[in-house]
Design a protein around this ligand. Sequence first.
Ligand SMILES: *Cc1c(COP(=O)(O)O)cnc(C)c1O
Length: 487
Amino acid sequence: MNYISTRGAGAGERHSFSDILLGGLAKDGGLYLPSSYPRVSAEELARWRALPYADLAFEILSKFSDDIPADDLRELTRRTYTPQTYCNVRDDEQAAQITPLKTLGIEEGAPLSLLELSNGPTLAFKDMAMQLLGNLFEYTLAKHGETLNILGATSGDTGSAAEYAMRGKRGIRVFMLSPHKKMSAFQTAQMYSLQDPNIFNIAVEGVFDDCQDIVKAVSNDHAFKAAQKIGTVNSINWARVVAQVVYYFKGYFAATKSNDERVSFTVPSGNFGNVCAGHIARMMGLPIERLVVATNENDVLDEFFRTGIYRVRKAAETYHTSSPSMDISKASNFERFVFDLLGRDPARVLQLFRDVEEKGGFDLAASGDFKRVKEFGFVSGSSTHASRVETIRDVFERYDTMIDTHTADGLKVAREHLQAGIPMIVLETAQPIKFGETIREALLREPERPAAFVGLEALPQRFDVLPADAERVKAYVAKRVAGSVAS
Ligand SMILES: *Cc1c(COP(=O)(O)O)cnc(C)c1O
């Protein structure tokens, strides 16, 4: 399996899965993709139906990472996808399934269900990929005798998923910036209560954008980055995308009885990483009818799928919503889909994403390519705070099921795209406890709290406060890398 850049540079070079695992963007600013998607045969699909999650993950991942010995990869997936890790379930028997399917009912002739992706350590779907990444990173670094210092900025879900995936891993430290006193008490406690010596929580005196600017400034200091072995785990990481392909297969098998059936998925979307994995599953041959992209008020993606116009937003135009993990101004994984939409023409992708930088977007409405969006199965919709609250209330009353704000956006939009006879699977991306304020508003009661999280906010917290100053952060990192100082 060879990986290429969406922007075409270095077309003659060969890049294996392990080569691109620890990196971010390709040298030309593009994103990595396989030179062609592996296809799944009818025999394979039939055999995979009976596999437990970890072995299904092995089968799918091995198609993309043929440079990792099969026995090692199988051991990694079995160690990652265990019922002990995905144990925050409503019903204990479901832990073994890793991503259980919860049937809601039949609406407009379509069986409607939730695919639970948030039963892992941080109660958001990002654990599904990040837990694998932690084990893959540790494995690859050990093989080459290297170390890695992950620097990131978070307003919640990503940072905690990264910390829980990397805690205690040999050869890895995590330096995570978060805005001081700006996260919810629950999210703060999730991150800051970690006591592992390789995890460093840095509370920055500023807002999330300040944290992100610091990460950018440090990443642009190439000498510092190389000397301190700085890396990232953001959503463009290819291994994260491919790990997410697995649960589309798992969800398909759970919602159908035979491989002649088709299903649709609705995906609460921000950076387009999750739904990009659905697109890849479909390209591999999984019988997916529709991929429904659900956004909140930050509707960059919905606008594109409705009109063909991709227009990134300025910081001032980006809303802070009650489904905050989808509050994006541009969708960092979108370029991977555009590459496929344009028939894999890197010169055109390069031009379009130059237009994004220089003119703030591009317009495919008039081009024949936009019509192909339908061939790829994509439709979309958006949500508001009012519809989010209404959906949470409705699902609780009708199905006795509590859902979080992001999943509510998904369900709201899914209902606009139901087709009789075709199961609709909504991806559940977080548990309600993470976004308690809106649950209280909608249901006038406390969100459900998995047993392992009782008393979380009272645990001792470990973090350091720094001013919003990249130089101070660099000094902090350098000191700890040099001396392995546990703060
Ligand atoms: C990250 C996140 C999303 C958005 O996923 P993308 O891959 O960025 O599209 C949706 N819901 C929750 C809860 C998240 O944490």
